[in-house]
Design a protein around this ligand. Structure first.
Ligand code: E4P
Length: 217
């Protein structure tokens, strides 16, 4: 499973990059607004830090303008993935941009039928929003399972990018359900490494080591 980082904060990406765990980055207009920075500059900086796909989202709502915006975003760097909303216009824009050789991420996916359309439009990634479905009392993980089954039935190559992840359990369950990628807020990625028994065990080992009076270096 690949991990993308869901943030537009450069310092957060810089801090995580040396871990080798960052396979890509996703942004959206809300994350750009939160950063308070210029959109194009932020995307260019992220693309310099991370080699993998960096999703940059269009803000037009009609396909013609989405295509123009997508082409402009793709010029920022070779690893920009054009993020498009899962509307009918977004699907039309997706097909054109994919045929031109661009990579795309269809976002705001809340149903298996939307994901089926995205695959037929040639999307590189489909982003089902697990957390926002859970917020409404609908099991977001079922959506990942449904999309996995449909894509496997027909051999679609569109990658399932589990998005709107809120908990470490979302990551585990997405991995079990066969999502190809999970996009995580940095805090969730750090949380994946934590376990109270690891902390307790390490504390005991270090206490015993101190008693030996030895040092490795
Ligand atoms: C990523 O591509 C999505 O924009 C993001 O995961 C949405 O997360 P949220 O539902 O927590 O805003």
């Amino acid at each position: 499973m690949k991990f993308f980082i869901d943030t537009a904060e450069i310092e957060e990406i810089r801090a995580l990059a040396p871990s080798g765990l960052v396979d890509g980055v996703t942004t959206n207009p809300s994350l750009i607004a939160k950063s308070g920075r210029d959109f194009m500059e932020v995307i260019a900086e992220i693309c310099e830090i991370v080699d993998g796909p960096v999703s940059a989202e269009v803000t037009a709502t009609n396909s013609a303008q989405m295509i123009d915006e997508g082409r402009k975003l793709a010029k920022i760097a070779d690893n920009v993935t054009i993020k498009l909303p899962l509307t009918f216009d977004g699907l039309v824009a997706c097909r054109t941009l994919v045929d031109e050789g661009h990579t795309t991420n269809l976002t705001l996916c809340f149903s298996a039928n939307q994901a089926l359309l995205a695959a037929k439009a040639g999307a590189t990634f489909i982003s089902p929003f697990i957390g926002r479905l859970d917020d409404m009392g609908i099991d977001g993980m079922e959506l990942i399972e449904e999309i996995r089954a449909i894509y496997d039935n027909y051999g679609f190559e569109t990658q399932i990018l589990a998005a709107s992840i809120r908990t470490v359990n979302h990551v585990k369950e997405s991995a079990i359900a066969g999502a190809d990628v999970a996009t995580l807020p940095p805090s969730t990625l750090y949380a994946l490494a934590k376990h109270p028994l690891t902390d307790k065990g390490l504390e005991a080992f270090l206490k015993d080591w101190e008693k030996t009076g030895q040092s490795i270096l």
